[in-house]
Design a protein around this ligand. Structure first.
Ligand code: PGA
Length: 253
């Protein structure tokens, strides 16, 4: 059984004080969540403060990015080692905003992934097609290239801690969620690809999250799909009440 993950990507939001407040609200409001993992990803400067608030709680800490070196002359960058030092358990890699705004390539994301796997941090690899790619009928090709590029040269054993997030770019921050069927189609495709690239066990065990306008009113239907193992939540993760409701999803019967 794959343990579901609900992860909040706070993006470039919340001061240290606001981050402390929001994480305190989550720690206080979240009850009986043993059967699911909960992750929040604040900005770098708030990581240590949030780590302090969530210690001894079920909430885990993620960073939103990292650089594929341990230390040295890399001005402005942060390594997986130092994120671990700040209290992180997870790190998001290859978010579409980084691909689009910072020009991150599959190759660069793959280098980060290898570096992350040298630490105890667990990577959340984001992939997803743009609206134009979907309309041009290139969705599966794009997802396949991003999976093959991002996971290049990984062994099946190294896949044990890797989480994948399918986030159609056209659904991020737009209020347009992929329908549960559209999301399930992509997730099932990704799982088949993992089977081809690695083996049936990797395909069966890898958690694939959906991201893109996940809200309290659509999470239950999304989580009802066979191949959707959780959610990566942007906007709705900035509101404690909404995020708590998303964490408390119940698949429809
Ligand atoms: P959204 O963002 O929930 O605001 O669409 C999701 C994400 O970018 O991870």
């Amino acid at each position: 059984m794959r343990k579901p993950i609900i992860a909040g990507n706070w993006k470039l939001n919340n001061t240290i004080t606001e981050s402390r407040e929001l994480s305190t609200q989550l720690v206080t409001g979240l009850k009986n969540t043993e059967d699911r993992e909960i992750i929040i990803a604040p900005i770098y400067t708030a990581l240590s403060a949030v780590a302090e608030v969530i210690k001894d709680s079920p909430v885990q800490l993620a960073a939103q990015n990292c650089y594929p070196e341990t230390k040295g002359a890399f001005t402005g960058e942060i390594s997986p080692e130092f994120l671990q030092d700040a209290g992180c358990q997870y790190v998001i890699l290859g978010h579409s905003e980084r691909r689009q705004l910072m020009g991150e390539t599959d190759h660069f994301i793959n280098q980060k992934l290898f570096k992350v796997l040298e630490t105890r941090l667990k990577p959340i690899l984001c992939i997803g097609e743009t609206l134009q790619e979907r309309e041009n009928g290139q969705m599966l090709e794009v997802l396949s290239a991003q999976i093959k590029g991002g996971l290049a040269n990984l062994t099946a054993a190294e896949m044990a801690t890797v989480v994948i997030a399918y986030e159609p770019v056209w659904a991020i921050g737009t209020g347009k969620t992929a329908s549960a069927d559209q999301a399930e189609e992509a997730h099932a495709f990704i799982r088949r690809l993992l089977q081809d690239l690695f083996n049936p066990q990797v395909a069966d065990q890898t958690r694939i999250l959906y991201g893109g306008s996940v809200k309290p009113n659509n999470v239950d239907e999304l989580m009802t799909q066979a191949d959707i193992d959780g959610a990566l939540v942007g906007g709705a993760s900035l509101n404690a009440e909404d995020f708590i409701r998303i964490v408390q999803f119940e698949p429809l019967s």
